[in-house]
Design a protein around this ligand. Structure first.
Ligand SMILES: N[C@@H](CCC(=O)N[C@@H](CS)C(=O)NCC(=O)O)C(=O)O
Length: 205
């Protein structure tokens, strides 16, 4: 029987966009419930952990963005074919999460001196570590996808972070990572992804 999905997050990409990309890639119907900040105080107490995103599967609510993405990837066959491919995806996703956290901490830092210090560390350490590893992973796979010869949730998580870093005041120069740049183009050109990207609500991040 077909599952009924409601996906609840703020009207942002943020931590919540990879699941939406997964629904788009798989062509699976869902309710994209974008919560207004003014409504959030009334909704917060009804969620499992007091935070979003939440995925409702046939009326049952689940928190945690990465667990949600991994579940949807499993359901939609976008999880990699072998256990080794799944491991490769998980390593990349963990690196992407750490990079997203660093970018967010830096973005929201109010103290200008501290912010400059975080920015330097981000460029000198976090970007080379994360994207150097991903560049190498991509160069070991001739299909252009992160693993195997078809799309997985690792590809979607990767373009999602590319978008964030490019939008948040150019936090990455993809010219330094040619495989990542080519990967972004390849994934964005997939028909179902390209259509989704053209039509998704415009948000700053
Ligand atoms: N580890 C959680 C973190 C969720 C989280 O911190 N969500 C934020 C938005 S990105 C939130 O709901 N903030 C509102 C609040 O704390 O009241 C996940 O990845 O889903």
């Amino acid at each position: 029987m077909e599952r009924k999905y409601v996906y609840r997050y703020f009207n942002l990409k943020g931590r919540g966009e990879t699941p939406r990309l997964l629904f788009a890639a798989a062509g699976v119907e869902y309710t994209d419930d974008r919560v207004e900040f003014s409504d959030w105080p009334n909704i917060k107490g009804t969620t499992p952990l007091g935070v979003l995103p939440v995925l409702e599967v046939d009326g049952q609510q689940f928190p945690e963005s990465v667990a949600i993405s991994r579940y949807l990837a499993n359901e939609f066959g976008l999880d990699g074919k072998s256990n080794l491919d799944k491991l490769k995806i998980d390593v990349v996703v963990d690196l992407l999460i750490a990079t997203r956290e660093s970018a967010a901490n830096m973005h929201f830092e109010q103290d200008e001196a501290k912010k400059a210090e975080l920015l330097k560390k981000f460029h000198d350490e976090q970007i080379p570590k994360c994207f150097g590893y991903i560049e190498k992973t991509l160069s070991e796979n001739s299909s252009g996808f992160l693993v195997g010869d078809q799309l997985t949730w690792g590809d979607l998580a990767l373009i999602d972070l590319d978008h964030l870093l490019c939008n948040l005041g150019n936090l990455i120069n993809l010219e330094n990572f040619p495989k990542v740049a080519a990967h972004k183009k390849q994934i964005e050109a997939l028909p179902q992804i390209s259509t989704y990207l053209k039509h998704r609500p415009v948000t700053s991040h």
